[in-house]
Write a protein that binds this ligand. Structure first.
Ligand code: UT7
Length: 351
């Protein structure tokens, strides 16, 4: 018996924000963003729309796709680094909005590796016989990180005012991060099935010595009070990132994790039909593809349209690959991710 993804769904919010639009706010360009990251546009949620809202829409589609009703779900795993509230987590909010039973919900926070860690939990739940129908959601609304007081409302049609030179200069300070992120959600339903298809070897890793390379220092319970107006003004409520270090870790550790699951499953890397890589940067995705010696068509991407949606990239990409007919029965597929923590790993999935 294996844990099989029986339904998928996504939610991609309505506001399309192009590189061109961002270059009106700060010193950046469509060319820089495309060449360095591969991103052409990303989606921004409506004001007031949180990661639970996007997760609920994606989950509804995934449950219907699996041919189930919300009351059939036995457990929820919700992966996000941008929850609606510090407490409670998104799980109970999604449970109520979907009308699920009083089933357990787990909120997990492994950032870009959230979906991968969620697959591990879902598989363990199902293999142990504890829960049969697990809903796994990856959803993010990153836009509140952005410095909205510096003219970001113009990006979603809420204002048409001109951006001042001082605002441009301030926006430029965080340009290495703000251009990368978008909002979105993906959800999957996972159920036990007899036969060879389903989740296989999963290998997860954490290295806390890398915690500082991608972190958010503001809004911290080590501070009193935990957030101040000054922290917001000085940009401390936006993640800080050592881009090059994350980049290097990503192109080294993701191929390593893919090889690890192949080795543990008796597969050669060439036996893989599809490798779905966390969508953080097209150069990272291509770096992983080249390190594994795979042809580009085996490593699909959609980062050009959505940017980095953290825990949502893998379920959105898997959903789109299914919709495009790229996922066919009998394939060896691997999910791999790396992100803040550092957390990384890979999961083999036989379609
Ligand atoms: O999901 C996990 C989360 N994050 C990641 O995986 C991110 C991993 N890292 C990256 O994707 C890349 O390191 C970045 C896209 C963030 C940056 O690319 P890079 O090639 O490492 O650029 P860089 O940081 O070396 O910056 C090169 C130049 C700098 O200017 P100087 O110092 O050479 O004059 C930056 O100030 O590019 C400048 N720059 C920008 N210019 C225009 C940084 N951001 C921008 C921007 N527009 N948005």
């Amino acid at each position: 018996m294996r844990s099989v993804i029986t339904g998928t769904g996504v939610s991609l919010p309505p506001h399309v924000v192009t590189n061109e639009a961002l270059s009106r706010l700060m010193d950046t360009s469509d060319e820089w963003i495309r060449v360095r990251s591969g991103i052409q546009e990303r989606r921004y949620a409506e004001p007031g729309q949180g990661s639970t809202d996007l997760g609920v829409i994606a989950a509804r589609h995934a449950i219907a796709d699996a041919g189930l009703s919300p009351t059939d779900i036995d457990a929820v795993v919700f992966a996000t680094m941008t929850p609606d509230h510090v407490l409670p987590g998104n799980g109970p909010l999604l449970q109520t909005a979907l009308g699920l039973g009083d089933i357990p919900t787990f909120d997990i926070r492994q950032q870009c590796s959230g979906f991968l860690y969620g697959l591990e939990l879902a598989d363990l739940f199902i293999q142990s016989g504890r829960y049969r129908r697990v809903l796994l959601v990856g959803a993010e609304v990153h836009t509140p990180f952005m410095p909205w007081h510096l003219g970001w409302d113009t990006l979603i049609g809420q204002s048409t005012r001109d951006i001042t030179e001082a605002e441009r200069a301030e926006n430029t300070l965080s340009r290495d991060r703000t251009v990368l992120f978008g909002d979105g959600a993906g959800a999957v339903v996972i159920e036990p099935r007899e036969g060879g298809a389903g989740l296989g070897t999963i290998r997860l890793h954490t290295d806390g010595t890398g915690a500082g390379v991608l972190t958010m220092l503001g809004a911290s319970f080590k501070r009193r009070p935990f957030v101040t107006h000054e922290q917001i003004q000085s940009g401390e409520t936006l993640p800080v990132m050592s881009g090059k270090e994350v980049f290097k870790a990503a192109v080294t550790l993701m191929p390593q994790a893919v090889r690890e699951v192949c080795g543990a499953s008796g597969l050669a890397v060439e036996d893989l039909d599809l490798v779905l890589v966390h969508q953080a940067n097209l150069r990272i995705i291509e770096g992983v593809q080249k390190a594994l010696g795979l042809p580009p068509e085996k490593v699909p991407h959609n980062i050009e349209r959505y940017g980095n949606t953290t825990a949502a990239t893998l379920p959105i990409l898997f959903h789109e690959c299914r919709a495009q007919g790229l996922v066919r029965p009998g394939m060896n597929l691997v999910f791999t991710a790396l992100g803040s923590g550092l957390h990384w790993g890979a999961a083999l999935y036989r379609t």
